[in-house]
Ligand binder design. Structure first.
Ligand code: ATP
Ligand code: MG
Length: 547
């Protein structure tokens, strides 16, 4: 096999397993529970699972871990598939844990027949009370020694709906004094009279995570089942069940969850933000969800780069949001079309311009095939109000009376006078342009410092701009005292209802990302219409956040 450069400890394990001939090829899976939209942490898991398989010529299944009928929904199934594809990965198969309900039921019968599982009548509270503590053994359930025949009969009745929820469970008969609390006769099945998004009302008993996950891995012949650190204690149960059933020996490996500061990353918490309308849906551009980031204009390339740089660790750490922004800028600088938008306009009259002039301005200096666009230079233009100053500052180049400055892609203009209203506000600025100073063919010899963006007052179109700040005021809202929602930043959305954009933006689509000169990177919002054009600010041009 040719040498492959490994970039984390999971890849090293896989490389060794292939070198040693333990496997000819590997199969991983990404196993989301369809109870919410995927977030940045899931993106890390997707990049790891699909990435390691891609690197070593293996395959990856997408498996919906849909064993809890109460919280799951097909809306989530669809969004998850869309997100994985958008990130640029292809699964070998889509499976559902619920496809295995019949097989899992048969496995349960096998365990009962082997004397490895029993039907227990204890309530959830009683089970908890008898479980013991990490230093103190638990108590055996009084139902632990039921005969195989009785267990078979009761389990069949559980399945047939003869008992109420909570009245009976199926438990593995392992060891009530194990030092691993999860090995103290874990629950395999519980009764739930709930409608399942795929199996409907066929079942009223549902397998627990521990009795579905490893078994599903085994049914699919997953070689490396990669999950996050909180599942370390589950590994013993995972191995025990596979050994007792004598099925394909999938193996579990754990890595640290990927966290990002100034946000939360649990679907349960994100659902609260959605339900309590702190944000406008799962794909609100402030959300750390893949769909939110996509809507904001963060690219799949940037997210994959972030995951690569954040790395796969054995211990938890918090990644900087600014690292994601850095990766985003790097990608957007390469691919964005440059456009001019004036957010807070003041009118400039080019007093010596008789007829409007058609200019050709390059779309992207970083891309030689980026082409150009037509921009019309007219007698009345807008510049940013704060790009005109009466008292100049050192090293900051703006328009001031008596001075010349360049207008991007157009001409050098000299500012001659300024009109004010009764309260002293600037209402109009008068300039003259230098006809021989056009960008790209400047023969004027005039030296200026500073270039301003501008739009034609006659042709500019109104657009709405949405700018976003961090969703939380503190770095790690989940670790603060009280409720994480107490730390929401109430000023995370800033709307500019009417900015003035060059007309080329009338035809903006979701296909392109834009750099608004001197303003940042922007992306069309999906709610935008031709009469109400909305842009989301993806990220600024510079990092103002990292310490
Ligand atoms: P949440 O707490 O957000 O609901 P979860 O772990 O319950 O997360 P699942 O849908 O069960 O979400 O996860 C699918 C896969 O994604 C699992 O393998 C899980 O370990 C992984 N995963 C979830 N969150 C993260 C994270 N923050 N970092 C890395 N991997 C994660
Ligand atoms: Mg989960």
């Amino acid at each position: 096999m040719e040498e492959i450069k490994t970039s984390n400890f999971i890849e090293e394990i896989v490389e060794q397993d292939l070198k040693n001939g333990k496997y000819d090829t590997i199969l991983t899976r990404f196993p989301p529970e369809p109870n919410g939209y995927l977030h940045m942490g899931h993106a890390a898991s997707i990049c790891l699972n699909f990435g390691v398989a891609e690197k070593f010529g293996g395959k990856t299944n997408l498996r919906f871990d849909d064993t809890n009928p109460v919280t799951e929904d097909t809306e989530y199934v669809e969004s998850i598939q869309q997100d994985v594809q958008w990130l640029g990965f292809k699964w070998a198969n889509v499976f559902y844990a619920s496809d295995y309900f019949d097989t899992l039921y048969a496995y349960a019968i096998q365990l009962i027949k082997q004397g490895d599982a029993y039907v227990c009548d204890l309530t959830a509270d009683e089970i908890a009370a008898q479980k013991g503590t990490p230093t103190e053994a638990g108590k055996n359930s009084p139902y632990r020694d039921r005969s195989v025949a009785e267990n078979l009969e009761l389990f069949t009745k559980m399945k047939e709906g003869a008992f109420k929820e909570g009245e009976k469970t199926l438990r593995a008969k392992i060891n009530m004094s194990s030092s691993n609390m999860l090995m103290r006769d874990p629950l395999l099945y519980r009764i739930k009279f709930a409608h399942h998004h795929r199996t409907g009302d066929k079942w009223c008993i549902y397998p627990m995570y521990d009795f579905a996950h490893g078994q599903s891995d085994s049914i699919e012949k997953i070689t490396h089942s990669i999950c996050t650190l909180e599942f370390v204690p589950h590994r013993e149960v995972y191995d025990w069940l596979i050994a007792k059933l004598g099925i394909y020996p999938s193996k579990q490996y754990e890595f640290a969850r990927v966290n990002v500061n100034y946000t939360v990353m649990s679907k349960r918490k994100l659902l609260q933000l959605v339900n309590e309308q702190h944000v406008n849906g799962w794909d609100d551009p402030r959300m750390p969800t893949i769909s939110g980031m996509r809507r904001r204009g963060i690219t799949a390339t940037a997210i994959r780069q972030f995951c690569e740089k954040a790395g796969i660790a054995k211990r938890e750490k918090i990644n900087e949001f600014s690292l994601l922004e850095f990766c985003t800028r790097e990608d957007l600088n390469k691919i964005s079309l440059r456009r001019m938008v004036v957010f807070n306009p003041v009118k400039v009259i080019i007093t010596n311009l008789e007829n409007e002039l058609l200019l050709d301005i390059e779309n992207n200096p970083e891309d030689e095939n980026g082409g150009t666009r037509a921009v019309t230079f007219t007698k009345e233009i807008f510049i940013e109000r704060d790009d005109f100053v009466e008292t100049p500052q050192k090293k900051i180049f703006k328009m001031e009376v008596g001075k010349a400055i360049r207008l991007k892609g157009a001409f050098i203009v000299t500012c001659n006078e300024v009109m004010k209203d009764a309260s002293g506000n600037v209402i109009e600025i008068h300039c003259t342009y230098h006809a021989d100073s056009q960008s790209g063919k400047d023969t004027s010899g005039i030296k200026v410092q500073g270039t301003l963006h501008w739009v034609s007052a006659a042709y500019a179109i109104p657009v709405e701009i949405r700018e976003y700040d961090r969703l939380f005021k503190v770095e790690n809202p989940s670790d603060e005292e009280g409720d994480f929602k107490d730390y929401i930043n109430e000023n995370s959305l800033h709307v500019i209802p009417k900015a003035f954009a060059e007309p080329a933006l009338q035809s903006a689509t979701l296909e392109h990302h834009f750099q608004f000169l001197r303003k940042g990177y922007f992306y069309l919002d999906k709610d935008s219409t031709s009469s109400n054009i909305i842009f989301n600010k993806t990220v600024g041009l510079k990092d103002n956040w990292s310490k």
